[in-house]
Design a binder for this molecule. Structure first.
Ligand code: DSN
Length: 419
């Protein structure tokens, strides 16, 4: 945090100040491997902590319900224009508060309660809002779910097509939270067209890879593209929807007034900055390095006997089955955290264990790549991870490794962290 801001915060609320500084230190000293997280730049941090948080702006640029929008309109229009330019979209709505509200707006734009939605099941790597049963999307709508093949753990497009023909969904989602392989958006679009469904591509995890040319873009083939802005795209926590021109009105109406009130203008400014950063040539290098690092990390883990779902990765994300290592995902995740490496336990396809203590862990490289780490550091991280997972109760080992992790992190300063 900027020293002047820290001083102000400490004088007003020392308890929160202490917690913020502790979190900043934690993010500085840990190898952060949660596949959906990142470090935003100092510029994005500055915007999200700005006076734009003071302003209400229901509506859209030039069509607001409150006065005083001279600057907010320009911020939001810049953000919209940058999103359209970066992704080549006809239309962009930058107001969704995050990924789940963005997806809910898609339902509200195209479906009535009880209509059929088809998405990837959560245990196979999908997302709650693609129709999973505990989500509002699986209770207010009739949800049918596709999975992955038992032998390859990859999506079977023949199965998707057969299910779509049988169930006749009005809306089809592709994308998810634990898919380590390239998604064939064009094939999904063909299937959606065959059954007359609206096709929504959820690129929350891979938006930065799409923008950086490391994953085929769904924008030319999807009716709607939804995304968060804070994962590989490296913006503040938020969401965006992009769509074909003919859906622009329906999407805008669904977000506001359908689902949300005033947009979070400080977030919009942060997203606009992140989109500008993503237009730079260096962001293409960043996206390529994310993938190269994930492949290096995956290869080093496989060398150490790790069992990776699909055998490796095409993107930023690795899903490992720890059954052969004789440890559950939760125990491994806790031990790794104690040793300075942060990730999340995760269900694997066909997991015989419960979601709260599953067989797997999910890890990714967006954050370590933002620090400038490369394949050499990935091999070192794999070495530490394997040592910890092999000895999940050895507190002395975890303590020693966490010190080594801190030393590594000190050589790779994290963006936005001034401590
Ligand atoms: N929570 C996000 C993730 O970690 O993938 C998905 O919503």
């Amino acid at each position: 945090m900027h020293p002047a801001l820290r001083e102000t915060l400490e004088s007003v609320d020392p308890e929160i100040a202490e917690l913020l500084v502790a979190e900043e230190r934690r993010q500085r000293d840990k190898v952060r491997l949660i596949a959906s997280e990142n470090y935003v730049s100092g510029a994005v941090l500055a915007a999200t902590g700005s006076v734009l948080t003071n302003k209400y702006s229901e509506g859209y640029p030039t069509k607001r319900y409150y006065e005083g929008q001279q600057y907010i309109d320009r911020v939001e229009q810049l953000c919209i224009d940058r999103a359209k330019a970066l992704f080549g979209a006809d239309h962009a709505n930058v107001q969704p508060y995050s990924g789940s509200p963005a997806n809910l707006a898609v339902y509200f734009a195209f479906l009535k309660p009880g209509d059929t939605v088809m998405g990837m099941g959560l245990p196979a790597g999908g997302h709650l809002t693609h129709g999973w049963n505990v989500s509002i999307t699986g209770t207010y709508f009739r949800a049918v779910q596709y999975g992955v093949r038992q032998d390859t753990h990859c999506i079977d497009l023949d199965e998707v097509r057969a299910l779509a023909k049988k169930e006749q969904p009005k809306l089809m989602f592709a994308g998810g939270t634990a898919i380590p392989r390239t998604i064939d958006f064009a094939a999904f679009a063909d299937i959606a067209r065959e059954v007359g469904a609206v096709f929504a591509a959820d690129i929350a995890h891979i938006a930065g890879l799409v923008a950086g040319g490391q994953h085929p873009s769904p924008v030319p083939v999807a009716d709607v593209v939804s995304t968060t802005t804070h994962k590989t795209l490296r913006g503040p926590r938020g969401g965006m929807l992009m769509c074909k021109a003919q859906h622009a009105k329906a999407i805008d109406r669904a977000v506001f007034p359908g689902l949300q009130g005033g947009p979070h203008n400080h977030t919009t400014a942060g997203i606009a900055i992140a989109l500008k950063e993503a237009q730079q040539a260096s962001f293409r290098d960043y996206a390529a390095q994310i993938v190269a690092n994930a492949k290096a990390l995956a290869a080093a883990l496989v060398e150490r006997g790790w069992s990776l779902i699909t055998g490796g990765t095409d993107n930023h994300l690795i899903l490992a089955d720890l059954t052969p290592k004789g440890v559950s995902g939760k125990i491994a995740a806790r031990a790794l955290d104690a040793a300075g490496m942060e990730l999340n336990y995760n269900s694997i396809p066909f997991d015989p264990r419960k979601p709260f203590d599953p067989s797997g862990v999910r890890l990714g490289t967006p954050s370590v790549t933002s620090r400038g780490m490369g394949p050499t550091e990935m091999r070192q991280i794999a070495h530490w991870m394997d040592a910890v997972v092999t000895a999940p109760t050895d507190a002395a080992l975890h303590e020693r490794i966490s010190g080594e992790v801190r030393e590594l992190c000190a050589r790779f300063p994290a963006p936005g962290i001034l401590l």
